[in-house]
Ligand binder design. Structure first.
Ligand code: B12
Ligand code: SF4
Length: 453
């Protein structure tokens, strides 16, 4: 199973540890390979006063079972839900579980408030913006909003000592390169762009660590944790060019280049030659770049407003400097026509991207995309099994073409992309970890022949 260090929990743990005298244990169900039943048993054995559960939507179907088991075995334990699933589903996420509280968005400050209230035996009524249960089990929404952390440098370093980071080096992660001795970092929060499908965990306002703090984290990763490389998972790492130049310069001065990967986080049309050179100088060797759609009309509709010629140029710049590039593309946006899908496939295939994933558009609650579909084609939402979904199984079709045709275009996209002359040769030539290629080569060939992700 794909996983990476549970950064959200590590940030919260570090924040709480700095302010309160409490013992914290962090476990990652996916990394451990535990069933929900095993996870519940492990938590129960620890006998915690408070449990914080962090979930993404596709795995949230496990929450009712886990919270029920905890409630039965540890009736007094406070159960708090957080993470992207709560940002998407809000109070509805709490309603279907046995948990006490749910939190949408940034978690450090609010979790401190919750833990303090619990320790001091106060109620949770005065904590702004949380979802909670009253004495009868009804779900309530507290008035107000939690303020965002303005100066990210006030956050302590994520509590990496609470996990065995080395175990992640052997597990598949978001970047399609195996056996990386890496540490995941998150150097900024928030993104001002308005993509209609975005879950918007950290809000629209961009807040960033200073270059000094970024270098401190990279040094910690390399010198203390023994990592050989870092990956950044920000919403929009390269929004401010100056920060990148400062970071790259300081890194060179302090420890020299460190191998760097962007499994996401880079907005392609903001890249120019100087930025790419600075990043390559700092150690960049692999990046993902999101195209999503190759047509200006769909770009406008979805609010991403990516400049497509600049995207193509950025891919070229990266490829020319030996950076292995992965593309992300979506097919099936509302009103998208067959001609527009063909154009998207053409743009991706003719670009110098090495590899690309083509996904089917899925509307998540609490996104503008969801609202758009609810308004224009509400019948399409009925089909989505939100409580038990793996993306490749969801068959929703929001586009202007029929279901069979959308399936056909998804298959055609992979074939057109991978069977283009020179592509497999470029993958073989430029893949950063040749010994790991056989494992991924199977995947590339399967994609090319069947169109299945
Ligand atoms: C790395 C990553 C992954 C990794 C795993 C990450 C992990 N640690 O387990 C992998 C590659 C496995 C992955 C897979 C998927 N991912 Co992903 N992923 C990310 C990414 C890029 C970074 C996550 C991260 O580390 N963030 C940094 C930390 C600091 O933020 P955080 O985890 O959100 O935590 C903060 C708050 O959420 C909150 N919080 C978190 N936990 C808790 C717990 C409590 C108790 C409280 C109070 C608060 C709280 O406080 C934290 C600190 O402020 C995010 C995008 C992003 N920019 O965040 C997408 C994101 C989380 N992924 C997303 C999606 C859609 C997926 C996939 C469905 C993709 C796919 N097509 O298959 C799968 C689903 C996997 C599954 N089965 O559930 C969506 C989630 C949407 C949703 N509703 O769940 C996101 C938000 C991207 C987006 N904008 O669309 N992903
Ligand atoms: S660029 Fe990424 S983080 Fe920013 S709005 Fe779009 S999807 Fe969300």
């Amino acid at each position: 199973m794909f996983t990476s260090p549970p950064l959200g929990l590590l940030y919260i743990a570090a924040w709480l540890r700095d302010r309160l005298s409490i013992e914290i244990r962090v476990v990652n169900q996916v990394a451990e390979g535990w069933s929900s039943e095993r996870l519940a048993r492990e938590i129960i054995a620890f006998e915690p006063d408070i449990v914080g559960l962090s979930y993404m939507t596709p795995s949230s179907y496990a929450l009712p079972e886990i919270t029920k088991a905890l409630r039965t075995a540890l009736p007094e334990t406070l159960q708090v839900l957080g993470g992207p699933h709560i940002a998407a589903f809000g109070k509805d996420a709490l309603a279907v579980t046995d948990a006490d509280i749910a939190v949408a968005g940034e978690g450090e400050v609010v979790m401190e408030q919750i833990v303090r209230s619990h320790i001091e035996g106060c109620g949770m009524e005065d904590i702004p913006g949380i979802f909670r249960r009253d004495g009868e089990g009804n779900v309530l929404v507290n008035a107000g909003r939690q303020p965002l952390i303005e100066n990210l440098d006030t956050l302590p370093l994520p509590a990496y000592d609470l996990i065995d980071v080395k175990r992640y080096w052997r597990q598949p992660s978001m970047a399609p390169i195996p056996n990386r001795k890496y540490v995941s970092l998150f150097s900024s929060r928030g993104c001002p762009y308005g993509c209609m499908y975005c879950h918007n965990v950290f809000g629209r306002r961009f807040r960033a660590h200073s270059a000094e703090r970024m270098v401190e984290e990279v040094k910690f990763a390399v010198k203390t944790l023994g990592a050989e490389e870092v990956e950044f998972l920000d919403d929009c790492f390269n929004l401010e060019r100056k920060r990148i130049f400062n970071y790259a310069e300081l890194l060179q001065k302090e420890i020299g280049p460190v191998k760097t990967v962007f499994p996401n986080a880079i907005r392609a049309d903001l890249l120019d030659e100087t930025t790419v050179d600075a990043l390559v100088g700092a150690g960049l060797y692999h990046t993902s770049l999101s195209l999503e759609s190759g047509t200006p009309r769909i770009q406008e509709l979805i609010g991403k407003r990516l400049n497509i010629p600049k995207f193509v140029a950025a891919v070229e710049l990266c490829a020319n400097r030996g950076v292995f590039t992965n593309g992300y593309v979506m097919l099936g946006f509302p009103t998208e026509t067959a001609a527009e899908m063909e154009e998207t496939i053409r743009v991706a295939s003719e670009s110098r991207l090495h590899i690309t994933s083509f996904f089917r558009v899925t509307p998540f609650p609490n996104t503008p995309l969801y609202e758009y579909v609810a308004k224009h084609t509400p019948e399409k939402l009925v089909e989505v099994p939100y409580n038990d979904m793996e993306y490749w199984r969801v068959k929703v079709n929001l586009s202007a073409v029929g279901d069979e045709m959308l399936d056909m275009y998804l298959g055609r996209a992979f074939r057109t992309f991978y069977l283009r002359p020179g592509r497999l040769y470029r993958i073989l030539r430029d893949y950063p970890r040749p010994l790991g290629l056989p494992m991924y080569a199977m995947m590339f060939v399967k994609r090319a022949l069947t169109g299945i992700v």
